[in-house]
Design a protein around this ligand. Structure first.
Ligand code: T1G
Length: 711
């Protein structure tokens, strides 16, 4: 295996410029071999008197995209990345980085340590470490403030969001922007070598970073300190509960208060503390869970090539159908949106236009992009217009007869190779597939509301779906910017089946005497974005009510979701009726506790003879809702509805607002410890006396084997 770093003594068009050529697929991550190779190449270049300047260049699809995350769990080996950064910046000969692709994390730190930077337009640079529960650990919190200023450093590092180099023009981070196709990298190398040669000719002073803190006068220093505090306050809300963003602000503040060496030592301390935290373990798990979920475990050895989907149809222009149509238009795919009547179609198209307008008003999308997307959405009431589409997503009424009738009609009209997908949330797609002569082309593509925003896509394999169909649906999901997760058919598939257990416990706690506010507050304090009952009010309590009434196989227990069902039958559907578990101001829609709802629940509980308790703690609320998720997830794994525990985590992180710094329900179970989970579930089983709390055998088995759920 050739070394991932080689020193080429002369560039094609500049014989006094050497190239440090990095070739470490797939993303040139800074593995130990790469770090060692860079240091060795610099030493070699410094000793060669024919070499006057150096270019750092990468093969493949991107410049260095970061530290090698796969090394994080292992004992780090020297040279550590901060040492490599120092070695680059203190090199006696000017070093220029040739940037393209995604220059992230340690990759951007390497680029900032170089004395100059040349980049292809469209290159993304960023320090996304906070997305992994980390802070830049190789000088990023000291280099970026020095090169781009304190405010830019605070913005980029605490958000973790990459930026295109063109957007950073005013900060002087990139010394030369070149406008070439990012595949034409020879041009990038030649341009960078020429730039490096020109720098020598101009005999410019080398931009070695000195020990002094960023030089600010007293007023500027106070302003910078107050800016740091503003970021701390903002992050306390935006990144509630997360340690890394706060540590990043503290480290950036050291860039203008401490000498470089001291600040680098502090940065390393913050980094090592974050790297060892449960939050970072969880967020690294989340990163790999999403990557792994994209890998379809197929029944056959075949490696099907996904069909290239050029045109689609969406059946139903309601909230879900409209949102799904927007997903495809946003990805540049032609969409035929079919409704039964012209008036419903017009209503649906207008609703889409309104959602785009709102996004444009918020600066999320440009007017030009809105127009392009609207151009791609073509309304129709005629099934014949769907004859040539490559794939259809049905998002019509959630009843089996309606769906079977639609699929039978699609089967008649659509070309034989067209894939027919249903967005159903609960229904048995096997039964839908049987309504066609092409069951192998039928699959579930379950989007989450609002479909154009939520990242999760459950790709539901029926008993008949062939590998080509599944691979195409998964690949199409990635093209739509979704986190696609393959699941099997059962009631509610994975996400909603687990969500029903979560909601079941919230409703049981209401019957036992907890209030909606106590339950929701406990869950928000635990880390959820919103409490379950406020979420129910927002989406409409009647949606779950209809699904439960339609599900003849559901629990017969009269207490099962009794508060929710009672409220619906009392006409309290949630926000849309200004009353549900809470009451809502008719003008401002502001939510507030509602004694009327609490009284209705109390009286219903006494009819059901549920013993009232005054000792319900926040911890019990949190454990009952979260351990219910874990237990159901374990059953789902046993029944192979999901093929990996990490897939279940990917679903909950991207479809239900599970806090990313806790990694997902299965990761959280491993963090809490299966001993605690199993014992607590058994306590709930004893306390409740009902079957809901039967411990999943997989939990007992993994506990007995001393194995984790997510290993
Ligand atoms: N280390 C190791 N492997 C990585 C990796 C990394 N940093 N990034 C990606 N991969 C693997 C990924 O698992 C997959 O592997 C393959 O590359 C293709 O990835 C010190 C401490 C770069 C935008 O957070 O954002 O530097 O499945 O499918 O869609 O301060 O990967 O093929 O075996 O995502 O084209 C900071 C994370 C690290 C970058 C490319 N860097 N990566 O996207 O391909 S922390 C990151 C990405 C750090 C320093 C700190 C994306 C990408 P496999 P892919 P892609």
């Amino acid at each position: 295996m050739t070394a991932p770093v080689q020193l080429i003594p002369t560039a094609p068009n500049a014989d006094n410029i050497a190239i440090i050529n990095i070739d470490n697929p797939p993303v040139n991550a800074l593995s130990h071999a790469v770090r060692q190779g860079i240091v060795d190449a610099i030493t070699q270049a410094e000793q060669d008197e024919n070499i006057e300047g150096i270019v750092i260049y990468c093969q493949g699809k991107t410049f260095i995209a970061g530290a090698d995350i796969k090394e994080f769990g292992k004992t780090p080996k020297e040279p550590h990345l901060p040492d490599v950064i120092k070695r680059i910046n203190q090199c006696k000969k000017p070093i220029t980085a040739a940037l393209f692709g995604s220059v992230l994390g340690g990759g951007f730190e390497v680029a900032l340590a170089c004395h100059y930077r040349v980049a292809i337009k469209g290159t993304k640079v960023g320090l996304p470490e906070v997305n992994l529960g980390l802070i830049p650990g190789a000088g990023g919190t000291q280099l970026l403030p020095r090169v781009g200023g304190v405010e830019l450093a605070l913005t980029m590092i605490t958000s973790g969001k990459p930026q295109k180099v063109e957007q950073l023009d005013q900060y002087g981070i990139i010394d030369q922007l070149i406008d070439v196709d990012s595949n034409n990298k020879d041009h990038l190398l030649n341009e960078t070598a020429s730039f490096a040669k020109e720098i020598l000719a101009q005999n410019k002073s080398s931009k070695v970073i000195t020990q002094e803190p960023i030089l600010l006068d007293e007023e500027q220093k106070q302003a910078a300190k107050s800016l740091c505090q503003q970021f701390r306050d903002k992050l306390a809300k935006r990144s509630r509960g997360q340690k890394a963003p706060q540590s990043a602000v503290n480290s950036i503040e050291n860039s203008f208060t401490l000498p470089l060496n001291e600040a680098m030592v502090k940065e390393r301390e913050y980094f090592v503390e974050c790297r060892g935290s449960s939050q970072s373990r969880a967020m690294r798990h989340a990163f790999f869970a999403e990557k792994t979920a994209a890998k379809l475990t197929l029944s056959s050895e075949s490696k099907p090539t996904p069909t290239n989907i050029k045109s689609v149809a969406v059946i139903g222009a309601g909230t879900m159908g409209g949102g799904i149509a927007m997903c495809f238009a946003n990805a540049g795919i032609n969409v035929k949106l079919l409704e039964m009547t012209q008036s419903n179609l017009a209503k649906g198209i207008n609703a889409i236009a309104k959602r785009y307008q709102q996004a444009e008003n918020r600066g999320i999308i440009s007017k030009q992009k809105v127009n392009q997307c609207m151009e791609l959405i073509d309304g129709t009431c005629d099934y014949q217009d769907l004859a040539q589409v490559d794939l259809v997503v049905e998002a019509a009424f959630e009843t089996m007869p309606v769906k079977q009738q639609i699929f039978s009609q699609l089967d008649e009209v659509c070309k034989p190779e067209a894939i027919l997908a249903s967005n159903t949330s609960y229904l048995d797609i096997n039964e839908i597939a049987k309504a066609t002569k092409r069951p192998e082309k039928v699959v579930g593509m379950h989007f989450f509301s609002p479909a154009n925003i939520m990242k999760l896509l459950e790709v539901v394999a029926t008993d008949y779906s062939d590998d080509q169909t599944l691979a195409t649906a998964m690949s199409l999901g990635k093209k739509l910017g979704k986190v696609s997760v393959a699941v099997k058919v059962c009631y509610g598939f994975v996400g909603n089946r687990m969500y029903a257990c979560y909601g079941r416990e919230a409703n049981m706690l209401l019957l036992e005497g907890a209030t909606p506010e106590q339950i929701d507050t406990a869950m928000v304090q635990w880390g959820m974005a919103m409490g379950p009952l406020a979420v129910n009010d927002m989406s409409g309590i009647d949606i779950g009510y209809q699904a439960r009434k339609a599900n003849t196989q559901g629990p017969k227990d009269p207490c099962y979701f009794a508060p929710a069902d009672m409220l619906v039958e009392a006409g309290r559907l949630g926000q849309k009726t200004h009353a549900g578990f809470y009451q809502y101001d008719e003008k401002t829609n502001k939510r507030s506790p509602d004694n009327a709802a609490i009284e209705l629940i109390r009286s219903h509980a006494s009819k059901l003879k549920v013993k009232q308790r005054s000792d319900i703690s926040d911890e019990e609320i949190q454990q009952r809702l979260i351990f219910a998720l874990i237990n159901e997830g374990a059953y789902i794994l046993e029944q192979q509805i999901a093929s990996r525990a990490s897939d279940i985590d990917a679903i909950w992180l991207n479809g239900y607002g599970f806090p990313r710094y806790l990694g997902g329900p299965m990761c959280y179970a491993d963090e809490v410890g299966l001993q605690t989970v199993v014992e607590t579930i058994k306590k709930f089983q004893e306390q409740s006396g009902n079957d809901y709390w039967q411990v999943a055998p997989l939990l007992e088995q993994r506990l007995a084997e001393g194995k984790a759920l997510t290993s």
